[in-house]
Design a protein around this ligand. Structure first.
Ligand SMILES: [Ca+2]
Ligand SMILES: [Ca+2]
Length: 195
C-alpha cells in the first residue's frame, strides 16, 4: 500500500498499520505525508479527497499498540481524537521552538519538522472544533493509549487569548533552552513578549 503506485484515498475512517511483527513504518509515513501535504493531500501516495484548508491528514504512532494510524484530521488535532482542544495545545506548547524532526503528534501541523507560530496558527484556526471522528479511536475506551499520551491535567482555557499567553510562556522557555545551548547568547526567534 505504501509502495504501490496507486496509493490510497482516505476521505474518512482510518488507516491502521500494525507493526507488531515488522519494522515501524513511522518514518515512511512521515515522508509520504510530508509529500502529500505539499499537494494539499489531493495527490501523493496517501490522499484525502475531502482535504481543505482546515482538514488534512494526521497521524500518530501508538507505540504501546505498535500501530501507526493515519486519518483525516483537523489541523491542530495532534492527538487525532477528532477534537482540537487544550490537549492538542499542550502538545504544541511542549514542543514549541523545535526546529526540525517534529511530527504531527508533537504539534507540527504543516509537515516542515518545526513547531512554531505557523503550527499554532493552524491550531488556533480550528480551536474548539470537531472534525472527523473515527469510531473506536475517539472519545471512547478504545483509545486509552492515546488518551494516556495526552496532557489534560491543566485547567482548560476557553479563549485563544489565554492560549496566546501560554504560548508566549512556552516560547520564552524555548528561548531560554536555546540560550543555554548556545552558551548564554541572547536569542529569541519568535515575536512574542514574555507572559
Ligand atoms: Ca485532539
Ligand atoms: Ca511546523
Amino acid at each position: 500500500m505504501l509502495t504501490n503506485a496507486g496509493g490510497v484515498d482516505l476521505p474518512g475512517g482510518a488507516l491502521v498499520l500494525d507493526y507488531a511483527s515488522g519494522s515501524n513504518p513511522a518514518e515512511k509515513v512521515k515522508s509520504l505525508l510530508t509529500d502529500a501535504f505539499g499537494k494539499g493531500f489531493l495527490a501523493g501516495q496517501i490522499r484525502n479527497p475531502s482535504a481543505d484548508s482546515s482538514i488534512g491528514l494526521g497521524w500518530i504512532d501508538n507505540a504501546a499498540a505498535k500501530q501507526v494510524l493515519i486519518l483525516p484530521a483537523l489541523y491542530g488535532d495532534a492527538t487525532c481524537d477528532g477534537h482540537v482542544d487544550f490537549g492538542d495545545f499542550a502538545k504544541l506548547a511542549a514542543n514549541f521552538g523545535t526546529t526540525s524532526g517534529a511530527v504531527w503528534a508533537q504539534g507540527d501541523f504543516n509537515y516542515d519538522g518545526a513547531v512554531d507560530l505557523q503550527d499554532f496558527a493552524k491550531l488556533a484556526a480550528n480551536y474548539n472544533g470537531t472534525g472527523p471522528v473515527v469510531p473506536g479511536l475517539a472519545d471512547d475506551a478504545a483509545s486509552p493509549a492515546m488518551r494516556a499520551a495526552n496532557v489534560t491535567e491543566a485547567p482548560e482555557p476557553s479563549t485563544l487569548v489565554l492560549l496566546v499567553a501560554l504560548l508566549a510562556t512556552a516560547a520564552a522557555r524555548a528561548a531560554c533552552r536555546r540560550r543555554a545551548l548556545r552558551g548564554g547568547r541572547t536569542f529569541l526567534s519568535v515575536p512574542l513578549g514574555r507572559a
